[in-house]
Design a protein around this ligand. Structure first.
Ligand code: SAH
Length: 246
């Protein structure tokens, strides 16, 4: 019986993979990977390593989570070293916890290998620090995705009245609703917002604006994309370093 490594692939830039993740990828018998894991990472695997794509188009899963769990289990019965490779960090909206519980219940050993999460690294590549002395002392990472069959919002909007930086993952398709909701709970219409698309890759593109105009400016950006709300967005004017000026 083998072991499953629930591994973070980092946010996109292949150089943001950890040394520990790379070491285990080189040893893997099988790599089960998501759409958000940079496929160039697979080139690091040894000859004969098997690849299984279980892609996720944001939250529209290609393979239902139950089947991914079963696939991990079946592979662990057959192989020594099973790598489950996920974008960013496996436990930041990565469902790595569910996979760990499923494996534990079946007596399969696992390890988490943390990855650099897009929630911090993508704003960073856009020149937006998630905290900054004198600007904000905390940040939140929130899912922008809401389950379609739930009548009420699962997001506790009333908690978001503070000046915390808010990073929304999986939220581009609801950008208009998110911006409207933040105005509704009392944030100024000219509150700074950035949308960053394909962060940390050569295709990275950032659009900045306000709660009032960000939807019109950013709605057509390609995914994956995340939304940063807060005064820290203004720091991009001084800290932009990665994207070339148009
Ligand atoms: N576990 C991942 C997040 C999974 S949720 C992590 O820690 O990064 C998937 C969401 O992450 C996407 O919908 C998008 O909002 C964000 N995301 C992931 N990679 C991104 C990238 N390179 N650029 C912008 N957003 C990204």
């Amino acid at each position: 019986m083998g072991k499953v490594y629930l591994t973070g692939a980092g946010p996109g830039d292949i150089d943001l993979l950890t040394v520990k993740a790379l070491r285990i990828i080189k040893k893997a018998d099988v790599i089960i990977y998501d759409r958000l894991a940079n496929p160039l990472i697979l080139k690091e695997a040894r000859n004969g390593c098997k690849f299984v794509y279980v892609g996720k188009e944001d939250s529209h899963h290609t393979l239902p989570q139950e089947e991914i769990n079963r696939l991990l289990y079946q592979n662990a019965l057959k192989h020594e070293c099973v790598v489950r490779l996920k974008g960013g960090d496996p436990l930041v909206f990565g469902r790595g916890g569910e996979e760990g519980i499923f494996l534990r219940e079946r007596g399969i050993d696992f390890e988490f290998i943390p990855g650099i999460t897009s929630a911090i690294a993508v704003p960073e590549y856009a020149g937006i620090p998630v905290t900054h002395r004198g600007v904000t002392v905390s940040f939140r990472v929130v899912t922008g995705h809401e389950s379609k069959n739930k009548e009420h919002s699962q997001i506790p909007w009333q908690n978001y009245k503070t000046d915390d930086t808010i990073v929304f993952l999986m939220g581009l398709h609801r950008l208009d609703k998110i911006a409207a909701k933040l105005i509704e709970i009392g944030k100024p219409k000219d509150y700074p917002v950035a949308v960053i698309s394909r962060g940390t890759t050569p295709d990275e593109k950032t659009v900045t604006g306000t709660l009032e105009n960000i939807y019109e400016k950013a709605k057509d950006l390609p995914t994956p994309a995340l939304i940063v709300v807060g005064a820290v967005v203004k720091l991009r004017e001084q800290l932009n370093w990665f994207e070339k000026e148009d």
